[in-house]
Design a protein around this ligand. Structure first.
Ligand code: HEC
Ligand code: HEC
Ligand code: HEC
Ligand code: HEC
Ligand code: HEC
Length: 484
């Protein structure tokens, strides 16, 4: 009977043999063992602490360390191989590989060792790959890993109805081919960030965005009946009293109802895409031609009498089947215009209407072009303070608290929407829902898109919404509806 010590020695010698006596294989063993142990250790810590908060911790834990681990693993056989070539060239005697024979103790030892090591490595690599993919699909990886590049979208996204929907749900979606495409494009993006060759701002629309049918419609059924919805829009005049201007609309959102397709959704999307259009600019704002297909299959072509595109322009333009994103181009990461941001803050009570002319002054200060976000924060505070100190000194004294709150709110509107380092400012990415802040619906519904037989894409206010009140100080209808 061999003693424990002898057995240990035999095993040690076998492992040493298997792992190689050359430098390269030994280096591989060191790298693999070191990263393997630290990975498992860090994963345990991560699990106990419940997730990583920092985007880089995920990248290090599940992308960089596992890559090193695999690199080490590859070095081991590579060392063997190179050593064999070298031995051959130098005419050194080659040790024969152990005979494949389960009754040979030497073979059994090698076999057992290789089997256990392979199992352990496969488990580690498998777990790391799975978690690595999860990390790459996470909001923090997409939004934070490249810092300033995605900061605008991430900031606006966090303040949106989709803030719990991961970036990849809309930007990649399910399925193997989009997965591969996204990883290729992701690699290109990482290189662009490393070389600083990315465009500032990141261009929009995203021409290679996946069709909405395969993303949005996984969660929202277009034909689901949504009916009408009361929409209350609150704005404030740029006068001394910051007078409220409230509009109340009944929005005919539509979808499918008992009588068939109806309303905004039904008319554009019934039975798949039924509208195709040609845009002659990169931003899809100049829509030169629109084709509408009726249920019976007849199509009507509407041409813009304003854009008057030539046949060459039409042929060169972007031909596109209309989907969700043509109206909802900012379903999340939507940026505001200065007036909208200030209105939102006044409605929320963060900016007090008791500060005379606060809407006007805030919008003025927001529109200034500041070199950096820090400069904006500083100058907005100084600007508002100076204005009240000189023009309304008693307000500055009696309403000091309101003024402080207002300053913070105006700063936050700026910080949510403007990113000088990405050249992203007011209006860079317009929102196409509606027609006030951008041409939006009126890119087609402008009364100038006409067919040969004299039909025009409707610009009738009531087709889209009933206007129950239009910029009124105190709309009676709100009280009647039980809203305030
Ligand atoms: C609800 C769906 C949705 C989610 C979630 C989403 N996006 Fe987008 N994103 C879009 C759409 C739609 C566009 C394209 C707009 C267009 O083509 O007109 C877009 C465009 C972009 C663009 C191009 C520039 C721009 O602002 O238009 C970037 C960059 C971007 N998204 C990053 C992100 C990041 C980072 C996240 C996660 C933090 C994210 N998106 C989450 C739908 C989404
Ligand atoms: C993974 C699921 C998911 C995907 C994908 C998704 N959404 Fe949503 N969407 C939601 C959820 C959840 C809400 C919030 C519902 C709520 O607040 O009641 C929402 C809300 C909305 C709203 C209402 C926003 C509001 O102001 O109330 C719109 C419009 C919308 N989504 C459009 C889109 C579009 C367009 C896309 C594709 C570009 C999309 N969604 C993709 C889950 C999703
Ligand atoms: C022709 C433009 C247009 C298209 C195309 C369109 N929508 Fe809408 N959608 C609207 C408008 C307008 C509203 C109402 C917005 C408001 O009231 O602020 C709306 C509202 C919504 C809402 C909120 C519904 C509610 O009951 O409040 C969701 C969700 C939504 N759309 C999803 C989608 C999805 C998903 C698609 C694609 C299958 C789509 N929309 C296509 C214009 C469009
Ligand atoms: C093609 C459809 C369409 C037509 C035509 C249309 N609107 Fe609108 N309108 C919209 C949509 C969509 C919104 C945005 C609702 C939202 O932001 O939630 C809107 C918003 C508004 C608002 C609120 C503006 C705000 O403060 O955001 C007013 C007021 C308004 N429309 C008035 C009119 C009037 C008056 C007409 C007729 C001259 C008209 N609209 C024609 C679709 C239309
Ligand atoms: C790419 C062009 C295009 C855009 C952008 C567009 N529409 Fe339309 N829309 C059409 C066409 C074409 C029709 C069918 C012709 C018609 O009925 O006038 C139509 C029909 C409609 C109808 C039915 C009108 C009726 O009289 O029955 C409504 C409502 C409508 N659109 C609302 C909207 C709203 C709201 C938006 C913006 C959020 C919008 N559309 C954006 C092309 C467009």
């Amino acid at each position: 009977m061999p003693t424990m010590r002898e057995r240990g020695l035999v095993w040690g010698r076998t492992i040493f043999r298997v792992l190689g006596q050359n430098r390269l294989s030994q280096a591989g063993v060191v790298v693999t063992t070191a990263t393997g142990i630290s990975m498992v250790f860090l994963w345990l810590i991560e699990m106990l602490r419940g997730g990583h908060e920092h985007p880089y911790s995920g990248i290090i834990l599940f992308l960089i360390l596992p890559s090193l681990f695999v690199f080490g693993l590859v070095l081991i056989p590579a060392g063997f191989f190179l050593q064999r070539i070298k031995d051959k060239r130098e005419g050194k005697a080659q040790e024969p590989p152990p005979p494949i024979d389960l009754s040979s103790p030497r073979f059994r030892r090698v076999f057992t060792f290789v089997a256990i090591a392979t199992l352990a490595n496969a488990t580690i690599v498998g777990f790391a790959s799975y978690r690595g993919l999860e990390v790459m699909d996470s909001v923090s990886f997409c939004g934070e890993a490249c810092h300033s590049v995605m900061a605008p979208e991430l900031t606006a996204y966090r303040d949106s109805p989709h803030s719990r929907v991961a970036c990849v749900e809309c930007h990649i979606g399910a399925g193997a081919s989009w997965f591969v495409k996204s990883k290729l494009s992701g690699t290109r993006q990482v290189i662009a960030v490393a070389l600083k060759t990315y465009s500032r701002p990141i261009p929009s629309p995203v021409h290679q965005l996946r069709p909405a049918r395969e993303t949005c419609e996984q969660c929202h059924w277009p034909q689901r009946f949504t009916g009408d919805r009361v929409v209350v829009k609150r704005k404030y005049a740029e006068d001394e009293k910051n007078t409220p201007l409230t509009s109340v609309l009944v929005m005919h959102i539509g979808g499918k109802n008992a009588r068939g397709a109806a309303g905004i959704h039904g008319r554009h999307l019934d039975a798949g895409s039924r509208i195709e259009y040609v845009a002659v600019d990169d931003r899809r704002e100049k829509i030169a031609e629109v084709q509408y297909r009726e249920n019976d299959g007849t199509t009507t072509t509407f041409d813009s009498t304003e854009i008057k595109a030539t046949p060459e322009q039409l042929a060169k333009g972007e031909h596109r089947a209309m989907d969700c994103v043509d109206c909802h181009n900012r379903p999340t990461h939507a940026f505001e215009l200065p007036g909208r941001g200030v209105d939102r803050m006044i409605t929320a009570g963060a900016i007090s209407r008791d500060l005379p002319f606060v809407k006007k002054k805030a919008v003025e200060l927001l529109k200034v072009e500041y070199p950096t976000r820090d400069a904006a924060v500083r100058d907005i505070a100084a600007g508002l303070k100076a204005y009240y100190d000189t023009t309304y000194p008693d307000v500055a004294k009696t309403k000091a608290k309101e003024l402080d709150e207002a300053i913070k709110a105006v700063q936050s509107v700026y910080l949510r929407n403007v990113f000088p380092s990405m050249r992203l400012t007011w209006g860079t990415h317009p929102n196409h829902i509606g027609h006030e802040d951008s041409p939006g619906c009126f890119r087609c519904h402008d009364g100038n898109h006409t067919s040969k037989d004299g039909k025009t894409i409707s610009s009738d206010c009531d087709a889209c919404h009933q206007v129950l009140a239009m910029e009124e100080e105190n709309p009676e209808i709100l009280g009647q509806l039980g809203l305030k």
